[in-house]
Ligand binder design. Structure first.
Ligand code: CA
Length: 225
């Protein structure tokens, strides 16, 4: 999952970015409102964490402009303790939720998880394909009842595949969602991680669920066609 964080205070931005990265998200940071708007409109994000008090363009203006441009991604606002009006205006302008500063990091993660499971194709905290089940709340994955262990990055990749069952995802789409802008490595890294997933998800189980679509990308599916 790829998150856009728009936050001008370097210490806060660093803290949030580090926490989200450790939780397995790919994070891009924009340092003012105008940059946030440009990032938001130029890449596919799964969620946006948007501070309200920003230089150049405040969070509310950014949010209004994003929604005006048909930006559908869930937005979590960061607001000041006494900013009741800000919160109301923010929700009216199309924010999906807000969090009052200062906040406990686990709460930010919980809010994000809630936002990320709101719009996907399969509702609820469970993503499932065939006998493969991912619980987003507990972060447990089972196949045929057996518990599988994943690194945060592998989990993120599998989550992306499970959110788009039977759809081909290109290496670029996967890189964009699971890694981030600052990743300049070889897109071969996707193949490497798909290999890790195969060993855990498909080895010793039938049928195989992770399929390579030659020259295009990868698909999670029960079918072979
Ligand atoms: Ca700020």
């Amino acid at each position: 999952m790829r998150i856009l964080l728009v936050e001008d205070e370097p210490g806060v931005a660093r803290f949030i970015r580090q926490g989200l990265t450790e939780a397995g998200y790919a994070v891009d940071v924009a340092q003012d409102g105008r940059e946030g708007l440009a990032y938001g409109l130029s890449a596919e994000y799964d969620a946006v964490v948007l501070d309200l008090m920003l230089p150049k363009m405040n969070g509310l203006e950014v949010l209004r402009e994003l929604r005006h441009q048909q930006f559908k991604t869930p937005v979590l606002l960061l607001t000041a303790r006494d900013g009741v009006d800000d919160r109301v205006q923010g929700l009216d302008a199309g924010a999906d939720d807000y969090l009052v500063k200062p906040f406990a990091f686990p709460e930010l993660l919980a809010r994000l998880r809630a936002l990320l499971r709101r719009p996907p194709l399969q509702a609820g905290t469970l993503l499932q394909l065939a006998d493969l089940q991912m619980n987003l709340a507990t972060r447990e994955v089972h196949r045929a009842g057996k518990l599988l262990e994943f690194s945060p990055r592998e989990f993120s990749l599998l989550e992306l595949l499970l959110r788009h069952p039977n759809q081909v995802l290109t290496r670029t789409q996967i890189l964009e969602h699971v890694w981030n802008f600052n990743f300049y490595g070889d897109s071969n890294v996707v193949d490497v991680y798909i290999g890790y997933l195969r060993r855990k998800v498909d080895l010793g189980f039938a049928p195989p669920l992770i399929h390579t679509v030659r020259g295009v990308g990868f698909r999670l599916s029960e079918r072979f066609d």
